[in-house]
Every structure is written in structure tokens, then in C-alpha cells.
Design a protein around this ligand. Structure first.
Ligand SMILES: Nc1ncnc2c1ncn2[C@@H]1O[C@H](COP(=O)(O)OP(=O)(O)O)[C@@H](O)[C@H]1O
Ligand SMILES: [Mg+2]
Length: 226
């Protein structure tokens, strides 16, 4: 995926906020890229735009041979469902459904067959260490477990990119470590790219590429000690 010259301004009651001012970024297959920056610097805004949840005011995003700006809302929703897996700070699981059923959802939306969906969901929940939690509802799971269900759900349709926005922001240290090692494991097994937003430099440290969002633009900071 290549994004070029992305601009985004929020207009509202207050002064317009020009959050993104010409962001360029390329995410290749199987990349692991962290995006760091102060709170309010526009990290979530950028992630939403890259993942097709929001649209830029200016700039282009190309994914394979497709320009996201040329897609209507329905096409964009289909694109997200098939190609992007989102993980947010809060799990956003549906409370009335079990872990297994939550993981089904993207597969149902994609129109896959039920046997195919069930097999993939069970496999993913095993991979995320939740083999014995499949029939639990979110309220019956710990914070770390909820977040791992969210990761399994994000992987349902074998997305090319996982977009994770502060996925460990609500977890203690042990669960943070567990989630990060899960993401690394997934990257290897599924060959997905991961874009990891964090304000924690220790977490960013697991990524070979670290981009810093500052004054509306991305910089690649110097290597440590250079
Ligand atoms: N929907 C919105 N309307 C108006 N301003 C917004 C909206 N979303 C975010 N902002 C503002 O844009 C800036 C960047 O927000 P955000 O992308 O959430 O930053 P980050 O994720 O880095 O903390 C902040 O100043 C925030 O207040
Ligand atoms: Mg944010």
C-alpha cells in the first residue's frame, strides 16, 4: 500500500485543525511498521485513512492496482472487509455473541461458507491461546483475552494488513507482552503486514521500521545511537 501526500483537516465548531499535512508512507507485504507520535498528533486519523475507514481531503492511497479514492462507500467497505484487519485499544467485540461468533463476523460479511468460517475461527482462537474460551462472551473474558479475540477476528479473512491502534493501551505489562508476541507470531505465520500505532517507545522497539508523526508529517527517526 502506498499513500502519497495525505492531508486531513477537521473543521467544526472550533478552529479548523490541519492534522495531516502531506503524509507519505508505503507498507509492503509482511512489513512491521510502528507509528509513534504525541497524543493528538494524528496517528489514529492516519490509520483510519490508510485502512479506508475515513477519507483524506487530498492525496492518494493505492492498494495493489486500486486507488481507494475512486471507490464508493460500499466498495470501500468491501475492501476493508477483505484486506484490512483492525485492532483498536478497546476490543469492540459484540457483547451478546461468544468469542467464536465474534470471530465469525468478518467471514459472514465476506460471504464465506459456514464450514470454512468455523474452521478458520477455531484455528485462529487456538492460535491466540483461546481454545478453551471459544464459547465465552466478552464479559466472561479478561482484558487480555478480549483483545486476543479481537486479533483473531481481525485475521478471519486473511487480511494483507493488520492496522492496530494502541492495541495494548488498555493492558497490563504481562498481557501487553503476550499480545505483542502474538502479533509477531501472526506476522510470520500469516505473512501479514502490521501497522502498529503506539505512544510507547518500548513497544515501538519491536518494529524494524518506526515512523514518527510530527507536525502533520511522517519522519523516520534516526537509528538509536547514530
Ligand atoms: N472527528 C474529529 N473532529 C474534530 N477534530 C478531531 C476529530 N478527530 C480527531 N480530531 C483532532 O485531530 C487531532 C488528531 O487526533 P488523533 O488522530 O486522534 O490523534 P492521536 O491518535 O495521535 O492521538 C487531535 O487534535 C484531535 O482533537
Ligand atoms: Mg489515537
Amino acid at each position: 500500500m502506498t499513500a502519497v501526500n495525505i492531508h486531513k483537516t477537521y473543521t467544526g465548531k472550533a478552529e479548523p485543525v490541519h492534522v495531516l499535512r502531506g503524509v507519505d508512507i508505503t507498507i509492503n507485504r509482511n512489513d512491521l511498521a510502528a507509528i509513534v507520535g504525541a497524543s493528538g498528533s494524528g496517528k489514529s486519523t492516519l490509520l483510519h485513512i490508510l485502512g479506508g475507514l475515513d477519507r483524506p481531503d487530498e492525496g492518494t492511497i493505492r492498494f495493489r492496482d486500486t486507488d481507494l479514492s475512486k471507490m464508493d462507500d460500499e466498495a470501500l467497505a468491501g475492501f476493508r472487509n477483505r484486506n484490512i484487519g483492525f485492532v483498536f485499544q478497546f476490543h469492540h467485540l459484540l457483547p451478546e455473541f461468544t468469542a467464536l461468533e465474534n470471530v465469525f463476523m468478518p467471514g459472514l460479511i465476506a460471504g464465506k461458507t459456514m464450514p470454512e468460517i468455523r474452521q478458520r475461527a477455531e484455528y485462529l482462537l487456538e492460535q491466540t491461546g483461546l481454545k478453551n474460551r471459544m464459547d465465552h462472551r466478552p464479559s466472561e473474558l479478561s482484558g487480555g483475552e478480549q483483545q486476543r479475540v479481537a486479533v483473531a477476528r481481525a485475521l478471519m479473512n486473511e487480511p494483507e494488513i493488520i492496522m492496530a491502534d494502541e492495541p495494548t493501551g488498555n493492558l497490563d505489562e504481562a498481557n501487553t507482552d503476550k499480545l505483542l508476541s502474538l502479533l509477531l507470531d501472526i506476522r510470520e505465520k500469516e505473512q501479514t503486514a502490521i501497522v502498529l500505532i503506539t505512544h510507547d517507545h518500548r513497544i515501538a522497539g519491536i518494529a524494524p521500521t518506526v515512523h514518527r508523526l510530527q507536525r502533520g508529517q511522517l519522519e523516520r527517526p534516526a537509528e538509536p545511537n547514530s
